[in-house]
Design a protein around this ligand. Structure first.
Ligand SMILES: NC(=O)c1ccc[n+]([C@@H]2O[C@H](COP(=O)([O-])OP(=O)(O)OC[C@H]3O[C@@H](n4cnc5c(N)ncnc54)[C@H](OP(=O)(O)O)[C@@H]3O)[C@@H](O)[C@H]2O)c1
Length: 294
């Protein structure tokens, strides 16, 4: 099965390319040939690749930046998926849209399930929710997968930021009152490939919306502390982490206090669960520290 994946350097796109070997033929497309801000670039690329499925893994992921550029956020995260949905429907192929835990306002204590009502509080969350709705409306053969707190050796993410800050600082303040599910991008990739294989076998997806995130709950503080504990044990960079409340960490976009996702429906329908966050983050830190030390 040939899958066109948007985003050449993104965490998920690169992880999909790495994990697909023997399971699918992945074609990564990105700027300038395929630019989510320029829908005229979509059809020629789709025609020349002729995929069996499209996974839209690319997005404007700068959560704070988007508060200052909402039009651009909506162009990339909502209008582009709408056009991709239209083109994939015309081509008679399915589209998988990757979305976010930040569609929720975070005002409940338990993990969110697919039937919970979104209420995004940021431009990013609003634009991604609009993208979900556009894909749902534009192509009946669709899958929307919400994920959370993605980390990997690729691109930019919290784990890599912590390790690089520790190279120059002894002490860091990290927010202790926002909770979510750290997710290794390769686990997300494995899940999407399992869903793609199921689509091929069954000729469709059991339902249109799923959550897929790492197992276990973490705060940003717990995640940072774990990164440094593992890194220190391996002789890598480490810093003292001081837990602080969100009010001490002014950010343009207000993150949800709880954006945990329940991945039970995904596990039920695709027989796949992402790994438990502590083990997956430990393996990632070992990989990152090892590559720095060698
Ligand atoms: N990262 C997270 O913590 C997180 C959490 C929840 C949900 N998600 C969702 O998961 C998906 C994958 O995230 P990720 O972490 O892999 O993202 P990422 O590492 O930030 O990569 C984003 C990708 O989007 C591409 N992109 C941005 N603007 C583009 C444009 N105008 N045209 C074409 N490509 C463009 C980037 O291309 P360049 O390489 O050219 O910059 C990059 O390859 C996204 O849908 C995201 O919203 C992510």
């Amino acid at each position: 099965m040939k899958i066109l994946v948007t985003g050449t350097s993104g965490q998920l796109a690169r992880s999909l390319a790495e994990r697909a070997e023997g399971r699918a033929d992945i074609v990564l497309v990105g700027r300038p040939d395929f630019d989510l801000e320029n829908p005229a670039t979509f059809a020629p690329v789709l025609r020349s690749v002729a995929p069996d499925m499209v996974i839209n893994a690319a997005a404007h992921t700068g959560v704070d930046l988007q508060e200052d550029e909402p039009e651009r956020a909506f162009r990339i995260n909502a209008e582009a998926p709408a056009e991709l949905a239209r083109l994939t429907r015309l081509a008679g192929i399915p589209i998988v849209q990757v979305s976010t835990d930040y569609v929720f306002d975070g005002r409940v204590a338990q993990p969110y399930i697919e039937t919970d009502v979104p209420n995004p509080q940021t431009v990013y969350g609003c634009s991604k929710l609009a993208g979900e709705e556009a894909v749902r409306a534009g192509n009946p053969d669709h899958l929307v997968v919400r994920t959370a707190w993605v980390v990997s050796r690729h691109g930019r993410n919290f784990v890599k930021t912590m390790l690089s800050l520790a190279a120059t600082r002894d002490r860091l303040q990290v927010v202790e009152d926002q909770f979510g599910n750290p997710t290794e991008a390769h686990d997300l990739a494995d899940g999407l490939l399992a869903a793609a294989a199921s689509w091929r076998k069954q000729g469709g997806f059991p339902q249109g919306l799923y959550h897929l995130a790492g197992q276990g709950r973490a705060s940003w503080y717990e995640l940072a502390a774990h990164v440094f504990a593992v890194s220190a044990s391996l002789g890598g960079p480490s810093a003292l982490v001081e837990p602080v409340g969100s009010e001490h960490w002014p950010a343009k976009a207000a993150r949800p206090a709880n954006s945990q996702l329940s991945s039970d429906a995904f596990a039920r329908d695709f027989t796949y669960r992402a790994g438990e966050w502590r083990g997956r983050v430990a393996a990632l830190v070992a990989e990152l520290v090892g590559s720095t030390n060698s």
